[in-house]
Design a protein around this ligand. Structure first.
Ligand code: ZN
Length: 248
């Protein structure tokens, strides 16, 4: 993995978006971030109306400036691009056959289409999303999946499919192609390697690796120079979450 090009989670979250979870990991921000100790506990602070004195958000964790539509799209390497609303991220490959999109966060929503249109207009590749990879089943990362229509190939882990069939959310149609351990997706001369390494942030979270671009996307796990979101221990497999860092 090239740490310069790892997408993980949420160091871009600001204090007002602390529940939002995505981040473009950069080696430059991997130094530990010293957090100023709060003068009061959170409960006490709320009760007193006095906020604790936190360290400022590091510049490298704020993400790029957004356009007036509220998104940024940029090239990671070659035909691999990322799009963000400063909190969430998606990644897409433009290929000779169509676009392979990884995740569809609802906060970015239709701006995903605008970002893809912008890039494919510039590079002359087909703009239609033909493949949609789910990192995991959580609605905040794939809740805009339905805007790509019913005939897109949706790829996810077997557990993701089980959760989505159970949830029956029309915004998150279940995968049409599932895998248990590994799946290699080859579309129009581009390649993504999908791997399952056990539960971490969620029981179904996968690793998405683009070998030609040396880019790894692992969602809601990696927080370079940052802290994980609160309630980490409530619903996550903590040993698995820690192990995922070593695997990445
Ligand atoms: Zn999640």
């Amino acid at each position: 993995m090239n740490a310069d090009r790892a997408t993980g989670s949420d160091a871009t979250a600001s204090t007002t978006h602390s529940s939002r979870r995505t981040f473009l990991a950069r080696a430059a921000v991997t130094s530990a971030l010293p957090l100023a100790a709060g003068l009061l506990g959170a409960g006490e602070a709320r009760a007193s109306g006095v906020l604790p004195d936190y360290a400022p958000i590091p510049e490298a964790s704020k993400g790029p400036a957004l356009n007036d539509r509220g998104y940024f799209v940029g090239r990671i390497d070659g035909d691999l691009h990322w799009v963000t609303d400063s909190s969430y991220q998606a990644m897409f490959l433009t290929t000779r056959q169509g676009v392979v999109l990884v995740d569809a966060p609802p906060t970015i929503g239709h701006n995903l289409l605008r970002a893809i249109e912008e890039v494919t207009r510039a590079n002359g590749r087909p703009r239609k999303v033909t493949h949609l990879v789910y990192s995991h089943s959580h609605a905040d990362h794939i809740g805009a999946a339905s805007i790509f229509g019913r005939d897109v190939v949706r790829i996810g882990h077997t557990e993701t499919a089980r959760f989505l069939r159970r949830d029956a959310d029309p915004n998150r149609p279940a995968p049409t192609l599932t895998f248990d351990d590994h799946h290699v997706l080859e579309v129009g001369g581009e390649r993504l390697e999908l791997a399952y390494h056990g539960p971490n942030h969620s029981p179904d979270n996968i690793f998405v690796y683009a070998p030609q671009q040396q880019t790894l996307m692992v969602v809601d796990v990696l927080y370079p120079g940052w802290v994980p979101f609160k309630n980490l221990a409530v619903s996550q497999d903590i040993p698995g979450w820690l192990r995922a860092h070593g695997i990445a």
